[in-house]
Design a binder for this molecule. Structure first.
Ligand SMILES: O=C(O)c1cc(C(=O)O)c2c(n1)C(=O)C(=O)c1cc(C(=O)O)[nH]c1-2
Length: 245
C-alpha cells in the first residue's frame, strides 16, 4: 500500500483499482445469478435478502444527512432518500424492489417482515448503517463509492437474467433502470467530494479503507447466500426455506 500523498487523480485510480479487485461482480454467486445457473428458489432468496439492503439504504442516507454540515451537502444527499423512499406511496426504489419480489412469487408481507432474512445479511447491512453513523463524514461518503462500479454489474445482470430465466421479465427488473442514471450521478458527486477532501495521506488511506469495507459488506452478503442456498446449502434455522416462502 502506498504511503505517499496521492494527487486527486491518483486517488481516483487507486479507488477504481479497489473496485476492480473486490467488487461483488466477482463473487461466484453473482456469476451464477447472471449466467442462469440458479433455480427460481435461489433467485427468490437473493431478492428477499437484498430487500433488506434496499430497505436500509434510506436509513443509512438519513443518518448521514443528519450529520452533514451545510445546506448544499444536505440538498445533494437528500435526493438519495427520495430516490429510495419515493415522494408518495408506491414510488421509489424500495417500492420497485418489492415489485421484483412480487414478480418472483414471494409474499410481500413475508418479505417486509424480514422473518426469512439470513443472519449474515442482517449483520452485513447493519454494519454498513453503523459505519456511516460512526465514522467521519469523509469515510461515510467514501463508503458509497461502490456505486462507481454498479452500472456495469446492473447492465450485465439485467441482460443475463432476461436471457437466462423464463420467470424474469423486463417489468420484474424495472428496479434497475433508474439506477443506471442515479448511480453515476450519486457516485460522481461522492468521488468529487472525496477527491477534494482527502488531501493528507491519512485521509486518503481512510477513504480507501472505507471503500474496502463496503466491498466487504456486499461480498459477505453474497457469501451468506452462497453458503445457505448453493453449497453446502445449510439454511440457518428460521431463514427463508424455498418451500416455506
Ligand atoms: O445492484 C447492485 O449491484 C447495487 C450495488 C450497490 C452498491 O455498489 O453499493 C448499490 C445498489 N445496487 C443499489 O441499487 C443502490 O440503491 C445502492 C445504494 C448504495 C449506497 O451505498 O448508498 N449502493 C447501492
Amino acid at each position: 500500500m502506498s504511503d505517499r500523498l496521492l494527487t486527486p487523480d491518483e486517488l481516483e485510480t487507486a479507488l477504481r483499482a479497489i473496485g476492480a479487485e473486490r467488487y461483488h461482480n466477482l463473487h461466484p454467486f453473482h456469476r451464477a445469478l447472471h449466467d442462469g445457473r440458479l433455480s427460481k428458489a435461489q433467485v427468490q432468496a437473493w431478492a428477499l435478502n437484498r430487500y433488506y439492503y434496499q430497505a436500509r439504504i434510506p436509513a443509512k442516507d438519513a443518518t448521514l444527512l443528519a450529520r452533514l454540515p451545510t445546506a448544499e451537502l444536505r440538498r445533494e444527499w437528500r435526493r438519495r432518500i427520495e430516490d429510495h423512499d419515493g415522494t408518495e406511496p408506491g414510488t421509489g426504489g424500495v417500492a420497485r424492489w418489492l415489485r421484483l419480489t412480487d414478480g418472483l412469487g414471494l409474499d410481500r408481507d413475508y418479505v417486509e417482515s424480514l422473518d426469512g432474512l439470513l443472519p449474515g445479511t442482517r449483520f452485513a447491512v447493519d454494519a454498513y448503517v453503523h459505519f456511516v453513523g460512526e465514522r467521519s463524514i469523509l469515510e461515510a461518503i467514501a463508503s458509497s463509492l461502490t456505486e462507481l462500479f454498479s452500472p456495469n454489474i446492473i447492465s450485465e445482470r439485467v441482460s443475463g437474467m432476461l436471457r437466462n430465466y423464463s420467470f424474469i421479465t423486463e417489468e420484474t427488473l424495472a428496479y434497475f433502470t433508474p439506477r443506471l442514471t442515479q448511480a453515476p450521478r450519486d457516485s460522481d458527486f461522492a468521488l468529487f467530494y472525496v477527491k477534494e477532501h482527502a488531501r493528507t495521506v491519512e485521509r486518503q488511506q481512510a477513504v480507501m479503507d472505507a471503500l474496502r469495507f463496503k466491498c466487504g459488506v456486499l461480498w459477505s452478503m453474497l457469501d451468506a447466500l452462497d453458503y445457505a442456498y448453493v453449497a453446502p446449502g445449510f439454511v440457518p434455522p428460521g431463514a427463508f426455506a424455498p418451500r416455506a416462502g
